[in-house]
Design a protein around this ligand. Structure first.
Ligand code: ADP
Length: 573
């Protein structure tokens, strides 16, 4: 059924088709969602009109998929939900997307305005717009069919322009059935022109940054996921290589340059953060993930003398944690290109004592790591299992890697090298658990490449039911559950003597692989690196939905992984 066919007789068009046409007009071809009142027909009609509609088992995962699709494609990912409960389920993902600066639009159907506003008790009654507003970048409601074009245009522009983020679009049930003249309806739609305009940095701010960089004795470039999002890969690589400055990637910026690049300082992270005298942040914020730019991580009193250059599209990010000596406001592509204009053949590479000291530490740490990875303990531990993943990603650099958990996240981030930009999706700015299967679905749907999801057994539990979604759409996703029988590890004991197990302990020897088998996918239990290697290689080669239950020593893993310092009772006093 095309919108033409459905409207030809009366030459009218309804709200459903105006929404679909407005999205399509703006190049949006996929909806992640979950059908139900009042948007079931919207999902059916969108599919009939040629859009890809990926239906989930819970809205949070549809929302996470939309957010990841937004990050990967620079187009807002669309999540479609029913009213109140479905809307709330999607809201966590919308807020997480906003926190991560990922463009997405949560479109929720809503109940009758008149009844909601008088609080007369409608089906799924809720003032969704008011609730969404403080949790996202922008929120809009459309009441009339003739405003759908404007509503969608505003949502797209809000999600993409400046610092990207999440947008809420409230579409009351009545809107979908409204009709208007088809030709007028078509004219009312807006194709958004240049939704994320380039923002050229001011020339004097470029000169200020260059001067600081030139005077540095121990410079460092820090790449964040904003740099990955910006898709200025060639310019960033050129800047790093032409200046010769060592760089550190934040976790989702891994692969912007291959982690094996000789200028990567990842293996000397503590050293460079504590020692660098000028640090240039490229699409990275000085939040908790970077110890707010001060304290022990940054060398304590040495931090007083350190100067920062910060490239960011959001001017209000500057000075948010420490003073920024040289803010460079603009889009990363334009800012990096402007800097490159000042980096000519006469540019002096950083002093050899700085790069040499980094190289020494890297060599030492990398050989220590190689020793640990080569061990083959029984049962498997995080390192011996991740050595397998590391080799498989090396052999399949195109594959997408999704990663969440506590220890599983921390170890994977440091052990598994990435070789290409935007191949790693993880828990991001919040450290949120539950993104796993939603991100994996989005990664498969938007890239068509094999997806490897390395999941802690606790983290997997948040979105595990979506393995049915993965099987239903036959997506090339290989989920590896690092099963150590519990949150952090599986050995905690209930001290009270009652029959309940400790709060962090799960069912021992759980058969996670059978969850994938239940829906027709491949399920494998792997107790040794050799078994894990075989199962993963088969999964990547076949593209069949696969879940590998990787049995990890239940005593392996530390409380809260690497963020023990944030846990009030285990924090170092
Ligand atoms: P990480 O967690 O990797 O350190 P953050 O999410 O903290 O990264 O930081 C990303 C930063 O990138 C945000 O401050 C955001 O405003 C910025 N940003 C996002 N897109 C662009 C862009 N196209 N140009 C410039 N800055 C951007």
């Amino acid at each position: 059924m095309s919108s033409q066919a459905s409207t030809a007789a009366s030459e009218t068009i309804d709200g459903f088709h105006l929404v679909i046409d407005a999205l399509k007009l703006n190049g949006i071809d996929t909806i992640f969602g979950l059908p139900g009142i009042p948007i079931t027909d919207l999902t059916r009609m969108a599919q009939a009109e040629g859009m890809r509609v990926i239906s989930f088992r819970h809205e949070q995962h549809a929302g996470n998929a939309a957010a990841a699709a937004g990050f990967l494609t620079q187009k807002p990912g669309i999540c479609l939900t029913v009213s109140a409960p479905g809307f709330l389920n999607g809201l966590t993902a919308l807020t997480n997307a906003t926190t991560n600066c990922f463009p997405m639009i949560l479109i929720s159907g809503s109940s009758e305005r008149e009844i909601v506003d008088l609080q007369q008790g409608d089906y799924e009654e809720m003032d969704q717009l008011a609730i969404a507003k403080p949790l996202c970048k922008a929120a809009f409601r459309v009441l009339h069919a003739e405003d759908i074009g404007v509503g969608i245009a505003r949502a797209i522009r809000s999600a993409l322009s400046g610092r990207p983020g999440g947008v809420y679009l409230d579409l009351p049930a009545k809107l979908f059935a409204q009709t208007m003249d088809a030709a007028a309806g078509k004219r009312s739609l807006i194709e958004v022109v240049d939704p994320a305009p380039r923002q050229i940095p001011a020339p004097d701010s470029v000169q200020r940054a260059l001067a600081l960089l030139k005077g540095a004795k121990k410079p460092l470039i820090l790449l964040g996921k904003g740099a990955a999002y910006a898709q200025a890969d060639a310019e960033i690589r050129e800047l790093v290589e032409r200046t010769g400055i060592p760089y550190l990637p934040m976790s989702m910026a891994k692969g912007l340059l291959p982690d094996t690049h000789e200028q990567s300082a990842s293996a000397a992270r503590s050293y460079v953060l504590a020692e660098a005298d000028v640090v240039m942040l490229v699409g990275a914020r000085l939040n908790w993930l970077l110890s707010h730019g001060k304290g022990k991580t940054w060398g304590n009193e040495k931090a007083m003398a350190r100067q920062f250059i910060q490239i960011d599209i959001a001017p209000t990010e500057i000075d948010s944690n420490v003073a920024i000596a040289a803010p460079l406001i603009g889009d990363i592509g334009s800012c990096v290109s402007a800097l490159l204009g000042g980096v000519d053949k006469n540019w002096a590479k950083p002093p050899a004592d700085w790069t040499g000291a980094i190289a020494d530490r890297k060599d030492k740490n990398l050989s220590k790591m190689a020793e640990t990875l080569a061990k083959n303990p029984s049962p498997m531990n995080f390192h011996s299992a991740l050595n397998v993943v590391r080799n498989i990603v090396k052999d399949n650099p195109e594959a997408m890697l999704v990663n969440e958990g506590a220890n599983t996240l921390d170890f994977t981030r440091s052990i598994v090298d990435m070789y290409l930009p935007r191949k790693r999706l993880d828990v991001g700015t919040w450290g949120i658990m539950g993104i796993g299967m939603g991100f994996a679905v989005a990664a498969a749907v938007t890239t068509g490449k094999p997806v490897i999801a390395i999941e802690g057994d606790s983290a997997f539990g948040f979105s595990g039911m979506e393995v049915e979604t993965i099987c239903r759409y036959n997506l090339p996703v290989c989920v590896v559950v690092f099963n150590n029988n519990g949150v952090y590890r599986g050995t905690d004991v209930n001290p009270s003597g009652t029959a309940d197990v400790a709060p962090t302990v799960f069912v021992k020897n759980a058969r996670y692989e059978m969850m994938m088998q239940a829906f027709g996918g491949v399920g494998v239990m792997a107790s040794t690196p050799a078994e894990l290697d075989k199962a993963m290689r088969e999964a990547v080669a076949s593209g069949k939905p696969t879940l590998i239950n990787a049995i990890i020593d239940e005593t392996a893993g530390t409380e809260s992984g690497r963020i023990t310092s944030l846990n009030p009772s285990t924090a170092k006093k």
